[in-house]
Write a new protein. Sequence first.
Length: 748
Amino acid sequence: MEGFLNLAWLLPIPPFLAFVAIILFLNRNKTVSALTAIGSVLVSFVLGWPIAFAVFTTPHFGEHPLYGELFTIPTGTTDLMVGYQVDPANALMIFMVTFLLVMIFVYSSGYMTFPSHLNKEDYPQAYAQNKDPRYSRFMAYISLFATGMLGLVVSNSLLTFFVFWEIMGLCSYLLIGFWFEKESAKKAAFKAFITTRIGDAIMFAGMMLLWMWSIDNTLVFEQILAPANLEHLAEMMIHVPVFNFTTPAVGLIAVLIFFGTIGKSAQFPLHVWLPDAMEGPTPVSAMIHAATMVSAGVFLVVRMFPLFFVAGEAAPASMQFVAGIGAFTALFASLIAVAQWDIKRVLAYSTIAQLGYMVAALGTGAYVAGFFHLITHAFFKGLLFLGSGSVIHGVEHGFHHAHAHGGDHGHDEHGHDEHGHGSSIVHRRDGDLDLNDPQDMRNMGGLLKRMPITGWTFIIGGLALSGFPFVTAGFWSKDEILSSLWYTEDSIIFWTLAISALLTAFYTARQITLTFLGQPRSEGAAHAPESVKSMTIPLILITPFAIALGWLGIPVDFPGLGSVFPHWIEHQLEPYIEYLHFEFPHPEFNILVLLVSFGVALGGLALGWFVYRKGLPEGEIDPMRRWLGPVWWAMHRKFWIDEFYQYTFVALSRGVAKFLYWVDDVWIIDPIINAIGRIGVWLGFVAAKFDQYVVDGAINAFGWMSDRAGSVLRSSQNGQVQVYLMVVVVSVTIWLLLYALPLILTLV
């Protein structure tokens, strides 16, 4: 069995090879590119699930996790080991990630049709095939994305974890801005890249401190999470002069590393990038918001949890910071989701809120509950995002059908031209409505009849998100978190998350009602067709997990069901937790917590249906807008956080950049350099003149004198012997006069 588990390092290899093959060789053939990408993740799935189930079926595997070494990188002082790791925690991630990647890749092959924002005359071949002109590039990018996530999951050190973490960051930038013809997509990609880099830079600082202060100067999980190393970090006191306080090193490192999660998992205040990431194709949204990127942020805390646990004991404020950020983000994002119209943006803020749920749970020590919700959320949120993409596809095709047949509904009223084209705007008190926007829920309604597979699977995913009691996965994972918080007496966080859960159920009912129930409110909804099988089959296959996966986490002492479905997730993780030497709460069954879970789920769903059961007739504003007034508008505008950043941090950055431009180009640096250059040119001119008139003049003078002397002596060389004798006589005479005569006179 161990020999088979040693193949875990191969999981990221197939999608990476697919990426290379598509980029270098296969990009001209869209079908072959898609099949190569799908085949690569299918290979990872076929390899990954047996590895995961081998871990699940091996008793007490967590007591002896598998650590493998591939090679080492010499650095001069110590060797950096590159290898892989298999344990119950990443086995659950392998189980989840490989399956969802296959579903998303298959879905993408049908989703990436010719986009409406491109001109078909510019891409006749792609239009004829009804595929995106950059279809092959998209398949290559998501293959690299899969490489990053699978590599991150099996990494055995924080160093390689961070390398694959950054690969996903690059891919998110490329995929969010995939349709770069749209200015909004370019801005969203840049925003995501910069925002997540802030968190990553702070995380990297924490990694370097961890490497520097660890006993063996290493980042290998087995060594940095060893009890001896964590005890060493807990005893090491660090003075932070900027804030003038002293803290254990483990607390400082935990907070710095947590900023990576804040950026990647879009927690406040670095949450602003995730809703704008909707500018990318919907499969990208499913990958970023459900299966991979944001899950990686929470998985970082899961993977490093022994360090966070010790930090909570040595420096309680560090874990309070983690839990507080998570709880605030959950409530904050839920409030914003209530007032959004874009079907994908509602899900985006829902994702931020659910990630806040997980972070709050982990921050209070509820390791199993937080990790359990990470796994269940990935399935039902992946289902919802893929379902929303199917809805958008259907409504968009409905608009195309209506325009192609010269739809005659409301031309004059809505401002359509005589052919039914154009993007008309109706001004409402709750925001402008683009009557041709396929993502605006006000243009939907009645889609359950038009798109039954999409509709029912979306409703099941929505019920799981809301925590519909007993039959959905979301109920059991959320209830586990609330039970743990009640058990640990974190009452403020408990009630904050309970209110967030109520809002989640409310806006989910609002979304389902406005999208699928009632009558169509646009031509697009009235003519929307069901999506192709490559899109609907993944929805069908994911749906059972949104229901049955929660049954694996039913508490043992839950009346009736606990004995039938014992807490399998906890049973799998407990030996590994004992191996890592940390503790987690074991909440007992509490009827009050169960009633709260029932109340927030059913109450929110009932309230959402009651408020929006009649839909939104034309000209009708949102009932919540009428009741809440300015508060609703603040939620709709996301509490102006983006504007605040724009007028503070962004404006400050631009101001500093402009100031430095003036310092560099106008005032100081460039003028000094230019002056030095001019002085250098002048000195060069002076040196040239000195060389020309002094150095060259002297040399030329010596040459002229030599030439003249040569001319005089040259006349004596005529070949006559008597002349030579005369020269000898003259020379002897001169010598006698100059030397011999004075000597004679001296003797005399």
